[in-house]
Ligand binder design. Sequence first.
Ligand code: RIB
Ligand code: CA
Length: 314
Amino acid sequence: MSRKIIIDTDPSPDDSVTFLMALGSPNELELLALTTVGGNVSLEQTTINTLKSLELVGRVEIPVYMGADRPLKRALITAQEVHGGNGFEGYDLPEPTTKASEGFAPDKIVELVMDNEPNSITICAIAPLTNIALAMQKEPKIKQRLQEIVIMGGARSEGGNVTPAAEYNIYVDPEAADIVFTSGTPITLVPLDCTHKALSTDARLEKLRAVGTLHMEAFYHLLKFNRIYDSEKMDMDGGPLHDPTTVAYLLKPEIFKSKKVNVTISKDYEITRGMTVIDWWGKMELPLNTNVLYDLDSEAYYDLVIERLALAGG
Ligand code: RIB
Ligand code: CA
């Protein structure tokens, strides 16, 4: 039986690759819903980008619920310098003909978790964690009822991509991240230490393009644009394909290396705002609340991405 998942997202292209990969894996994953949040771009634009991506592969039956337009306590910080003005620079997808479904994302997360069997719903969180934290505040029971939350975010020894200390998804809403990491829900975290080893190199992008379908052509151009910022600013041979690591972990955990440790979120000092303090050697004797994926077989990862993205349209 396939694993039931909800993906909370703020599309730039790596987000869309994530949920399209899930749609390309119907024997292993059942995507119940997508929930959108303000992040890389505004909530309105992340929702449009989500709808556009689903329409590109003809999967408009997947419900999309809009959530928070800003963090719990802070102003929204977007990432247009990385992903372009609309978050989808590099290839013009037509405006969506569909709309988001009725309902506030945190309420829908609570409803789906409470209406399904205990320990049967996994959330892939690939954006600031505001919607997840709001859902936990609305109905604390979901903390114990969720099977797992797989989060793309944070950094250990790699350092941050927004500040030297913090990765974007955690930096934007550290208060939400703190609620999630102290919830007691089983968490798997994919930090930059792992995703910076999963680069969209030229060779991999050409392999993706060679599939030859319209949506693969679109993502070839979108991921090519996506590499400009990271390769220039962070001297990389391609843009890191961050978010699909969460679905790849659910599909093939064996291509990752992991360690159970304590992760605590810094939120009080500006210089360490949003830092994931990862107690790798157990110095603090705190609860081992997170399974951190610190390495991956990047070739196997990218082959999986291409294989399942290609199947997104069914
Ligand atoms: O730091 C990487 C994260 O920020 C990814 O989720 C990417 O989509 C951006 O949201
Ligand atoms: Ca994201």
